[in-house]
Design a protein. Structure first.
Lengths: 115, 108
């Protein structure tokens, strides 16, 4: 069990460019989540997968954001035509869904800076 | 809408006891979790309450009152390493909805 891995850890991009983040969840976890966090705020839910199915998306999620989990293992989060307001830490988390409380385990996050 | 309210900052000294309160308003509520986050780090799970009452895990305890839509995290025998942000999170459906966090500063 190596924990949740995210890549890259840091990304600086110019406004208007596309960026993609990858998440490798804990291997036996079938649930995967993406959150966004800005300074001084709590993690904000973006989307949720159970296996390869995207079951829930936040209404706050712009159509410039798309997430996939093609084989029910790793996931990618793509942001198209980035804007400065997209600057944040993007957190991936996973859970098995079998434990009461739905404890989720976060990765270290991918920091995005849009300049 | 769904919201969780917690104090923005709490300060305490080493060895003291501190309580961080959380009130929530969510639909489809299943339980209340607490997470700790150090600067630059990932949130890590501390505790979860699905039922009313107190859950104890070492120096940390968490309490839930469903009728009051209220919970708290109790940290005892504070240590400098406990300085961090603490988030309450409500399980509403499949997603965890987080509060804005409470920054705890522990001084010697």
């Amino acid at each position: 069990d190596t924990g949740v891995s995210q890549d890259p850890r840091h990304k600086i991009t110019k406004r208007g460019q596309n960026v993609t983040f990858r998440c490798d969840p804990i291997s036996e976890h079938n649930r995967l989540y993406w959150y966004r966090q800005t300074l001084g705020q709590g993690p904000e839910f973006l989307t949720y997968f159970q296996n390869e199915a995207q079951l829930e998306k936040s209404r706050l999620l712009s159509n410039r954001f798309s997430a996939e989990r093609p084989k029910g293992s790793f996931s990618t989060l793509e942001i198209q035509r980035t804007e400065q307001g997209d600057s944040a830490m993007y957190l991936c988390a996973s859970s098995s869904g079998s434990r009461a409380g739905n404890t989720i385990y976060f990765g270290e996050g991918s920091w995005l800076t849009v300049v | 809408g769904q919201s969780l309210e917690q104090p923005s900052e709490v300060t305490a000294v080493e060895g003291a006891i501190v309580q961080i309160n959380c009130t929530y308003q969510t639909s489809g509520f299943y339980g209340l979790s607490w997470y700790q986050q150090h600067d630059g780090g990932a949130p890590t799970f501390l505790s979860y309450n699905a039922l009313d009452g107190l859950e104890e895990t070492g120096r940390f305890s968490s309490f839930l009152s469903r009728s009051d839509s209220y919970g708290y995290l109790l940290l005892q025998e504070l240590q400098m390493k406990d300085s961090a942000s603490y988030f309450c999170a409500a399980q509403a459906g499949t997603a965890l909805i987080f509060g804005k966090g409470t920054t705890l500063s522990v001084s010697s």
